[in-house]
Design a protein around this ligand. Structure first.
Ligand SMILES: Cc1ncc(COP(=O)(O)O)c(C=O)c1O
Length: 356
């Protein structure tokens, strides 16, 4: 019996044709972001209903370049430790200080009471992570940002297509960062996007178009530091096809999550929310290592999220983040990708109930 994978891109002949067309066009990448890249930007902007959209080569680049807009040098940036380390690096590389705050154990999004306590005169940006696709309470976060004059950069790497109060993620924050890595909801070989909202959108877009091309402007002048982080044409062509299927892919993911939520008997599990696009489904088990091994023996690959950033050597301090650390010790990730058959899902549920 074939192995059930934790992540598996969903594609068909449309993606194959799209790749071939790029191959034959001989235009595989353009530092100006012409062709498929600009077509994708227009479509993604209208999909999320943001003011602007800039395609980049990864979620990490999206975070790094967004952070470069916010003048964080010698300032503080509040973010969860439960994230990809690139979010912290985006702060550090821009000369700022990451301040890690614990998460709410129910949805693993930033605990907003703790965020409020962590705000100081130096706080410049808050980076909520929509963990697993579950949106943070953006209304409350936007209120905090407004009251304390703080910028909002959302990390939506795991939340393409998710919604908050019926509005797509990507249409709220000053900058919202997406990832289209193959393990994400919308898959490309590698890719990412930044959507922009609010009064600075046009200005920020102009800066970012240069930033993603090593700071080079159309007339070849360079006024600020940037990096080679534009999206290539193959990724854009695949993203355009994936975007057409996104609602279908999310609805399959949601139906799988619903089965897990209803049928898996564990005390702590990811909540069910029709607005979540479920990049994966997390649950707590007694012993993740044993559980993963037993599932592996049954041809099922189980995931684990990245280790909490505040426990990594480079970022380690004495700070304790209780809920983050409990999650790190106890969780496992179940697959939700659209290639799972109903039999696969039933098998995962049956064995999870047996081994958890
Ligand atoms: C929350 C979060 N942000 C950012 C990233 C980085 O995205 P990328 O791998 O496209 O650089 C990841 C990747 O796992 C992630 O989980």
């Amino acid at each position: 019996m074939s192995k059930i994978k934790i992540h598996d891109p969903f594609f068909g002949k449309e993606e194959k044709l799209a790749i071939n067309a790029v191959l034959e066009s001989h235009q595989w990448a353009s530092s100006k972001g012409n062709n498929k890249v600009s077509e994708f930007e227009k479509k993604f902007k209208s999909f999320v209903n943001s003011d602007e959209c800039i395609a980049v080569d990864s979620g990490s680049s999206a975070l790094l370049l967004s952070m470069s807009l916010m003048d964080v040098k010698n300032k503080e940036v509040i973010l969860p430790s439960l994230c990809h380390v690139s979010a912290a690096h985006a702060v550090t590389l821009n000369g700022g200080k990451p301040i890690f705050v614990d998460v709410d154990p129910k949805n693993l999004c930033l605990d907003l009471d703790l965020v409020k306590k962590a705000i100081t005169k130096k706080t410049k940006v808050i980076v909520p992570v929509h963990f697993g696709g579950m949106s943070c309470d953006l209304k409350k976060i936007q209120e905090l940002c407004k009251n304390f004059k703080i910028n909002l950069i959302e990390d939506a790497a795991l939340a393409t297509g998710s919604k908050y109060k019926n509005k797509k993620i990507g249409s709220h924050g000053d900058a919202v960062c997406f990832s289209f890595h193959p393990v994400k909801i919308m898959s490309a070989p590698k890719g990412g996007a930044i959507t922009l909202n609010g009064k600075n959108s046009k200005k920020f877009k102009k800066i970012l178009l240069a930033s993603r091309n090593s700071g080079i402007l159309n007339d070849n002048s360079v006024n600020h530091v940037g990096w080679n982080s534009y999206m290539n044409e193959f990724s854009a062509a695949i993203c355009l096809e994936q975007l057409k299927k996104l609602n279908k892919m999310i609805s399959i993911r949601y139906n799988t999550a619903k089965k897990y939520y209803k049928k898996i008997n564990v005390e702590q599990k990811m909540p069910l929310d029709t607005e979540c696009s479920y990049n994966f489904y997390w649950i707590f088990v007694k012993n993740p290592t044993t559980f993963i091994e037993k599932m592996r023996q049954n041809n099922i690959e189980i995931g684990r999220y990245h280790p909490p950033i505040h426990l990594l050597k480079y970022y380690k301090t004495n700070k304790k983040l209780k809920n983050t650390e409990i999650f790190a010790k106890s969780h496992i990730l179940l697959p939700t990708h659209p290639n799972l058959s109903s039999e696969n899902v039933e098998k995962i549920i049956r064995l999870t109930n047996k081994f958890s």
